[in-house]
Every structure is written in structure tokens, then in C-alpha cells.
Design a protein around this ligand. Structure first.
Ligand code: PAF
Length: 254
């Protein structure tokens, strides 16, 4: 059974109790709408730690588009079943007022990497991500926290934040999990129409081809994608595209 904590105070007391205080904790923060990519993070955490804690919180401060926040899939019952199947011990499931007890008066800003790639197209996005992840890491007090490499820029920023603020939790990157056709697993994939879903794997196909960045952009646009950016970072090619209103991101090692 996955024990659910809606109250941060209740979780924090339990975290410091005799039952838990000497255990190694693995932590996976999520926004729910769980898929096989998340499950791979849970499984890794369950193998490497005494106990695994997951959080589900659809974080409003990282959405620059109100419609995107409104349409973000919320699937609590099936999420809980997936947590139980994966052997996750605890779920932190706070409301906005629990987590933002300061009403977002305090925030974590990064001044370099967060302004590029996704940051250049989604103002305020990474400030929202870093702020909520800082809160969640402080709440979970885990030995290790696991993040998917699909959000490669996010992973780099979180690792940098943990370093910059001498945080105790080790930040671990886990490989992208893909559908059979190559499309990177994402909660947003459920928002694609059937036609868009058929087209979506072409994003990965073009990104991993030997085409130049410019050719990739042209070919994606020809196939019906709207390209936000295609760029390179740390020997990876990163990209973000739109299919209709759905924004997809992906990256490949060069
Ligand atoms: O990657 C996500 O799902 C979110 O950005 C995170 C890390 C849970 C913060 O809200």
C-alpha cells in the first residue's frame, strides 16, 4: 500500500519518526499523469533505497500559459494504482496553499541556462520549476532524487541548484523511455489527437538524423510541426515543437 500524505506537517513528523529516520529515501517528484517513464524512475528508486517517496503536484508557477495548466491531465486514481504496483511506499500530495505557504513571495532564479532553450520560449517556467523542486527536496529530505533525461535542461538546472545551495540530496538522471515508435513518453502525449500521435514520432526521427539543425527545422515544419527551437548542449541535440496546441520536447545524444 502507498501511504498518502496531503499534509506536509504530517509527512515531516513521520519523516523524522523512529520508523523512517534511519532509512535511505529515494524521491521522485512528479506532476502526475504517470506513464512508463515515471515508472522507470520509481523502479530505480525502489532498487536503490530502503523507501521510495513520490510527490504529485501540478505546479501552477511553472506554467506560463493558463490554458496549458487547465488542460494538463489529472488522473489521480490511476496514478495511485501505478504507484502501488511499482512498490512506492509514500506519496506526498499537497494542495497549493500547503506548498506555497509564502504565496510564491520567495523564488529560486538561475541566470544563465534557464534563459535559453525552453526558458527563452516559456518565461518564468524554470523559476517555477526550481522553486517547487527546492521546496519538495527540503520536504522529502531524500538521499537521492530521480529525474528523467527527457527534460534535460530541467535536470541540468536542478543539479546545478543542488550544487549551488549545498543541498544534501544526490540528483540522479535517468534515461528517456520511448514508445515503440520512438516518441518520448510524456504526460502531454495523451493530449495528442490520433492523427497528431501518428505524426509525433517524426520529431525524434528528425532530431536523431544526421541533418543539420537548419535542415531539421525545415523538415519538421514540412511535416506539420511548429518548431520552438532545435539547439545543442553538452553533446546533445535538444528540441521543442508544437503539434497543434501540444508542446513536445525531446533530446538525443550526438
Ligand atoms: O518534470 C516535472 O514533472 C516537473 O517539472 C517537476 C520536476 C515535478 C516540478 O514540478
Amino acid at each position: 500500500m502507498t501511504r498518502v500524505f496531503k499534509s506536509i506537517k504530517e509527512w515531516s513528523e513521520f519523516r523524522m519518526s523512529e520508523e523512517l529516520k534511519n532509512n535511505s529515501i529515494g524521491f521522485v517528484p512528479t506532476m502526475g499523469a504517470l506513464h512508463a517513464g515515471h515508472v522507470s524512475l520509481f523502479t530505480r528508486s525502489v532498487t536503490e533505497n530502503d523507501k521510495t517517496v513520490v510527490s504529485i503536484f501540478v505546479n501552477p508557477t511553472q506554467f506560463n500559459d493558463p490554458d496549458d495548466l487547465k488542460n494538463y491531465p489529472r488522473t489521480f486514481e490511476t496514478d495511485l494504482a501505478k504507484l502501488e504496483n511499482a512498490g512506492v511506499d509514500y506519496l506526498i500530495y499537497p494542495g497549493y496553499n500547503e506548498l506555497y505557504n509564502d504565496n510564491f513571495n520567495y523564488e529560486v532564479n538561475e541566470k544563465q541556462l534557464s534563459t535559453k532553450f525552453c526558458g527563452a520560449h516559456r518565461p518564468g517556467h524554470f523559476t517555477g520549476v526550481l522553486t517547487v523542486v527546492m521546496k519538495l527536496l527540503n520536504i522529502a529530505r531524500a538521499k537521492r532524487a530521480y529525474f528523467g533525461e527527457k527534460d534535460y535542461q530541467q535536470y541540468n538546472l536542478i543539479e546545478g541548484m543542488a550544487d549551488a545551495f549545498f543541498m544534501d540530496t544526490e540528483i540522479i538522471a535517468c534515461p528517456i523511455v520511448r514508445e515503440e515508435d520512438g516518441l518520448a513518453m510524456s504526460s502531454r502525449n495523451t493530449l495528442l489527437s490520433n492523427g497528431q500521435h501518428k505524426l509525433a514520432p517524426k520529431f525524434f526521427e528528425h532530431l536523431s538524423s544526421s541533418e543539420s539543425i537548419n535542415e531539421i527545422k525545415v523538415n519538421l515544419e514540412k511535416d506539420g510541426f511548429k518548431v520552438d527551437y532545435i539547439e545543442e548542449l553538452n553533446n546533445r541535440r535538444l528540441g521543442a515543437v508544437y503539434l497543434g496546441k501540444v508542446r513536445l520536447i525531446d533530446n538525443v545524444e550526438l
